[in-house]
Design a protein around this ligand. Structure first.
Ligand code: EPZ
Length: 417
């Protein structure tokens, strides 16, 4: 297992480029199951979760050729309709193969994903939506067994805003007979990126990115090529890295308007953010002001930036209240941040952070993807040396983050544990 060793106190400076979005690439890879032939996906980040998705597609019989950030996927030879527990338990987004397999082959057997560190994360709304489209769903021995002669369009209203549920049903409805309306759909930019890919494949989709999506089913889809959108959470993480070190960096290849809520909160905290074309300059202030945040579905403050923002608030001038409204257990970074000398009190789904003058370097342990990023950010600001272990969590969602941070002047190295 690897760990990162960070010598804190360096102000970050220089240029960094954002990679393609993990949370757009995963459903886009899955969507290739809907159309036999060779698809070409570019701007793909090098991540463990991408490799896991490739393994799932290969297990189903697809041929995948990846070289650098371009991945060719040929799903003509898909002849297996089962996604096993071994793979689904390592990456829950694999459950998204269920809808496309049903749509194209009329049957599928996919392991239930089980819980994860940040919460139970059920898929009841995915399954309820597929049943509304006419699928026969049975749960046996930890697997979803589904059948459908031909999916039929339906009106579906989500009890809660679900990114995966919206993506899943948009894919399943693309070749269903008739029209599907998704109400109270999630509005995250990754959904619009998936819809762009599906449209290139021949789907007829309106309203992706809003809370009502209309999908008119078409007879068949064709293979397509698509460049994945930039990763807005990676971009937001670098913005916080500049803020917490009092640095001054330029971030390339990011879409600022995907991060409005984060930008506004960073500006409230005193961070200077300007942009020209696709280059965003982020200048950290001498002193960070305490700011309250509540995580919300897009366009609210993203839950995937909550841990990173909390790290920033641990060295703010004043207090901040952070409430996590999406997942029931997404404060696992708190106990590790306390090891840096942070002052945080958690009550239910809210954490009160009182800024301290300085964090002190410490050995800490990553518990989930975004918690790992939060600990690195704290290490960058802490004095002396910090060690972050179990960074396999980090490798799921950040492409070579230690190299990118070192490129900005951070003193950070990866070593074998
Ligand atoms: C996606 O997860 C992202 N993952 C998550 O990013 C992100 O945190 C989350 O959306 C929220 O933005 C990918 O895109 C691969 P949800 P997803 O369905 O789709 C409840 C990261 O760090 N819910 O929007 O699984 C659920 O329990 C990861 O990159 C149901 O109750 O999230 C949660 O409380 C972490 N029933 C809420 O909805 C369902 O059927 C939002 O979950 C589905 C969801």
């Amino acid at each position: 297992m690897d760990k990162l060793i960070i010598k804190g106190g360096k102000k970050l400076a220089g240029d960094v480029t954002v990679s393609g979005s993990k949370n757009a690439a995963l459903p886009i890879f899955v969507s290739t199951l809907l159309a036999p032939g060779q698809h070409e996906i570019s701007n793909v980040p090098f991540l463990r979760d991408i490799n896991t998705t490739i393994k799932v597609l290969e297990q189903l019989g697809a041929r995948v050729d990846g070289n650098g950030n371009v991945v060719k996927i040929d799903t003509s030879g898909v002849n297996n309709f089962e996604a096993t527990y071994e793979l689904v338990k390592t990456m829950r987004a694999s459950v998204l193969v269920l809808g496309p397999l049903l749509a194209r082959f009329g049957k599928a057997r996919v392991s239930l994903p089980g819980g994860c560190a940040i919460g139970a994360r059920p898929i009841n709304l995915h399954l309820k939506g597929l049943a509304a489209l006419g699928a026969e769903i049975n749960l046996t021995h930890g697997y979803v067994e589904a059948k459908a002669k031909r999916l039929k369009g339906a009106r579906i209203n989500f009890d809660v805003s679900t990114v995966g549920g919206t993506e899943h049903l948009m894919m399943a409805a693309a070749t269903a007979k008739g029209e599907t309306i998704l109400e109270n759909a999630a509005r995250e930019p990754e959904i619009a990126d998936l819809a762009a890919m599906l449209t290139k494949m021949g789907a007829d989709i309106e309203g992706a990115g809003t809370d009502t999506i209309r999908i008119r089913g078409v007879e068949a889809l064709q293979p397509a090529s698509h460049a994945v959108m930039p990763d807005r959470i990676e971009a937001g993480t670098f913005m916080v890295a500049a803020a917490i070190t009092g640095g001054d960096i330029r971030i390339h290849n990011m879409c600022l308007d995907h991060l409005d809520a984060v930008v506004f909160k960073l500006q409230d905290a005193g961070v200077e953010i300007t942009h020209k074309d696709k280059v965003v300059r982020v200048k950290g202030p001498r002193k960070i002001a305490g700011v309250n945040i509540k995580t919300r579905p897009y366009p609210g403050f993203p839950t995937d930036m909550q841990a990173q923002f909390m790290a920033l608030m641990t060295v703010a001038d004043g207090a901040s209240v952070i409430s996590e409204n999406i997942f029931e257990n997404r404060f696992m970074h708190v106990s590790e941040l306390l090891r840096f000398g942070a002052d945080i009190v958690v009550e239910g789904n809210s954490a009160t952070v009182k800024g301290v003058k300085k964090l002190s370097g410490a050995p800490v342990m990553a518990t989930d993807l975004r918690a790992s990023a939060s600990l690195i950010l704290a290490g960058l600001a802490a004095d002396n040396t910090s060690e972050v272990s179990r960074i396999y969590h980090l490798d799921r969602g950040y492409e070579a983050i230690e190299k990118k941070l070192a490129g900005l002047g951070a003193d950070i190295v990866r070593v074998k544990e």
